[in-house]
Ligand binder design. Structure first.
Ligand code: GRF
Length: 207
């Protein structure tokens, strides 16, 4: 079982999907949920399921991004974490976490990167008028929403869509894709070659 931490700031629907997947199938277990927002939905969900939680607020680190990242990294190390899932974690982290967990910090983003990086991807996709957007699961690097892409799934933008309806369909996809990628990662099915992430065939399957 790969020891996995989930970092989340919001309602935690992705966290919930990850917890459900870990419980039913593995091959990863969620050993820690860490949030920067005391009282957020993600915290309540993890407490309800008896998963250990930690809170590191931006304010407690004096708004120092490096100190914030280091505090989080030290906690992850104390829990012997091997895999880190950023599931709606709304703070930018610095390179310390990448160095501590190379090729092991995954983020979900509600757009087809490299389009619409940042916190307003759903609104920007609508404003731009794209007909197709989607979900990207990627490794983090030093730039926001920029690291090597692990998996993507497209979602059609409908004429009647608003941000709420489009976000809801994107989240349905995230709830399937992110746990699946974490499971495949835990199974050792990915190899990183520069910016490219190669998916290896699952053992026992002929190509
Ligand atoms: C997700 O859609 C994620 O892509 C974005 O924030 C959202 C978090 O939602 N970065 P939730 O807290 O998992 O419900």
């Amino acid at each position: 079982m790969v020891r996995t931490a989930v970092l989340a700031s919001g309602t935690g629907t992705n966290l919930q999907a990850i917890l459900d997947a870990a419980k039913s199938a593995g091959p990863f277990e969620v050993v820690l949920v860490l949030t920067d927002v005391d009282g957020c939905g993600a915290l309540a969900r993890s407490q309800a399921q008896g998963v250990p939680t930690e809170i590191v607020t931006w304010e407690s680190c004096g708004g120092d991004r490096s100190l914030f990242t280091l505090s989080i990294t030290r906690i992850l190390q104390a829990y012997d974490v091997e895999l880190v899932a950023l599931a709606g974690f709304m703070r930018i982290l610095t390179s310390e976490i990448i160095e501590a967990f190379p090729h092991a910090v995954l983020n979900t983003h509600p757009a087809l990167l490299p389009a619409f990086r940042g916190a307003h991807a759903v609104e920007q996709a609508l404003e731009y008028g794209v007909r197709v957007t989607g979900v990207t699961i990627h490794l983090i690097d030093e730039e926001v929403d920029h690291g090597p892409i692990v998996a993507q799934m497209a979602v059609d933008v409908l004429s009647e869509d608003n941000a709420a309806s489009l976000r809801a369909r994107l989240q349905e996809v995230e709830h399937q894709l992110f746990p699946q990628v974490l499971a495949d990662w835990a199974d050792g099915l990915y190899r990183v070659e520069g910016r490219r992430v190669i998916r290896l065939p699952a053992p026992g399957l002929s190509s």
